[in-house]
Design a binder for this molecule. Structure first.
Ligand code: ATP
Ligand code: MG
Length: 449
């Protein structure tokens, strides 16, 4: 329950507000502003409702002090006819809104609810913005590969439109990185990019997470909550690992995209949405459609523009560029390292990278930690033996001779080996494989490990 402090030197005004609000809020009334401030300093409060004209410390001063202590506190100013100027001045100083005397219960309750909702939205948005800022510095896509450059040119073109985009690719190929770029290239760049990893959200609560819910919509819904669709308004919504969602959710998502409207769970009121959707999945999404695990109509709707990012083993010409890039990125770990030795490069060129760029990045980072000389040598580039392709084995995953079946077999074997080496500890194994925990879990399920 949110807490409110009411401050008015007229005790009846305080009593009226307490009676109006006490079923929905924890309310404390004070006739003395100093007392109220002391209480606030000790216990805090979500909202302060204060009169302007009071002896000793007036409402304006109280507002200033409260905002100094906690700028997020919502402050309402109580006004009569005489103090409209004062209310305007107070709003300029950071008061949220005013409440007119005599109080109208509906007006008061609506204003408070709205203020709380706006505050929550603002908080959510600023935490997303911070997350985005932190990762923004490191978002250049490094490539010299013809196919990748063509893919990026297409992504850049598509970014300017509002079409849905589907990004396909194996784990670690840079799907999320490309989504960030698409958002930056789009006219929506000044609004939010809201990323959701569908595999990390439990099936049953996908709807309420995405569409929001009204208070009381289900057990545990003690407050109204806006969903990611509303949060991403005028921006981009990124649904990662869309292939892991259940059919019921897929139906609801399709309807939302078709109608460009959503309904919060438990609400009959449609809300118009203005969101560009980017979805990502592993390459086998089309296979999931064929197998009946993913709705075809949704697949068509999502894949207006489809961008497939090739695995690293199909663009080995990028390995050197990327290795140098990560060498610079992790320079701070070991500043004496100047490059990769010739044998080191040879080894890097000779590997299949089931974990793709993320795996290469991990190999370089780890090597920077271990290396004691000024070049990364094979001794520090710990490349899993079994996965090494080319010279000593006949089947080279980089060549077209290896079909997808071979690669899956290799991947399965590799995962089993790494798991065994980590005594079955999945977090450790995922780290060594250069894939995330959910991806590992999904792969183990698929391969029946
Ligand atoms: N072309 C590239 N240039 C530089 N860094 C890259 C490139 N591609 C990927 N990376 C880096 O590799 C790592 C993995 O990329 P990302 O998280 O985008 O992969 P993903 O395809 O989303 O993987 P997953 O399916 O496992 O979620 C990130 O640290 C990313 O910055
Ligand atoms: Mg990803």
């Amino acid at each position: 329950m949110k807490s409110i402090i009411v401050v008015d030197d007229d005790p009846t005004a305080g009593k009226i507000l307490v009676r109006m609000l006490r079923t929905d809020y924890r309310v404390q009334a004070f006739t003395c502003s100093r007392r109220a401030l002391a209480h606030f300093m000790e216990h805090g409060a979500d909202i302060i409702i204060t009169d302007l004209k009071m002896p000793e410390m007036d409402g304006m001063e109280l507002l200033g002090r409260v905002k100094e202590i906690n700028s997020e506190t919502i402050v309402f100013i109580v006004t009569g006819y005489a103090s409209v100027d004062g209310a305007v001045r107070a709003m300029k100083m950071g008061a949220h809104d005013y409440l007119a005397k005599p109080f109208n219960p509906d007006d008061v309750l609506v204003k408070l609810t709205r203020a709380i909702r706006e505050q929550r939205l603002e908080k959510q948005c600023s935490s997303y913005r911070q997350r985005e800022d932190r990762s923004a510095g490191d978002s250049s896509i490094i490539t010299g590969n013809e196919q990748m450059l063509a893919t990026m040119a297409m992504a850049r073109k598509a970014a300017r439109t509002d079409s849905n985009i589907l990004i396909l690719g194996e784990t670690g190929v840079g799907k999320e990185l490309l989504v960030k770029k698409i958002h930056q290239w789009s006219p929506r760049r000044d609004n939010l990019l809201v990323p959701i990893n569908c595999s990390a959200v439990a099936g049953g609560i996908m709807e309420s997470e995405l569409f929001g819910h009204e208070k009381g919509a289900f057990t545990g819904a003690d407050k109204t909550r806006i969903g990611y669709f509303e949060m991403a308004d005028k921006g981009t919504l990124f649904l990662d690992e869309i292939g892991t969602t259940d059919i019921r959710f897929q139906v609801n998502l399709l309807r939302a995209l078709q109608e460009r409207m959503i309904y919060r769970v438990g609400s009959p009121r449609p809300i118009r949405i203005n969101v560009r959707l980017v979805a990502a999945a592993n390459q086998d999404l089309a296979e999931e459609v064929r197998a009946g695990h993913f709705r075809q109509d949704l697949f068509y709707r999502l894949s207006v523009v489809t961008i497939t990012i090739p695995p690293l083993r199909e663009r080995m010409d990028d390995v050197g560029l990327l290795a140098d890039h990560f060498l610079r990125k992790y320079h701070h770990i070991n500043p004496s390292v100047r490059g990769v030795s010739t044998e080191g490069y040879g080894m890097l060129q000779d590997y299949g990278y089931p974990g793709n760029i993320r795996e290469l990045e991990n190999i370089i980072e780890r090597a920077m930690i271990i290396e004691t000389t000024d070049t990364l040598r094979p001794e520090s580039l710990l490349i899993p033996r079994q996965e090494r392709s080319g010279r000593e084995t006949t089947s080279n995953p980089g060549s077209s001779a290896a079909g997808p079946g071979d690669i899956r077999e290799m991947e399965k074997k590799h995962i089993i080996e790494v798991l065994a080496a980590c005594n079955g500890k999945k977090i450790e194994a995922a780290r060594r494989l250069g894939i995330n925990k959910t991806t590992l879990w999904r792969k183990m399920k698929r391969y029946g490990i």
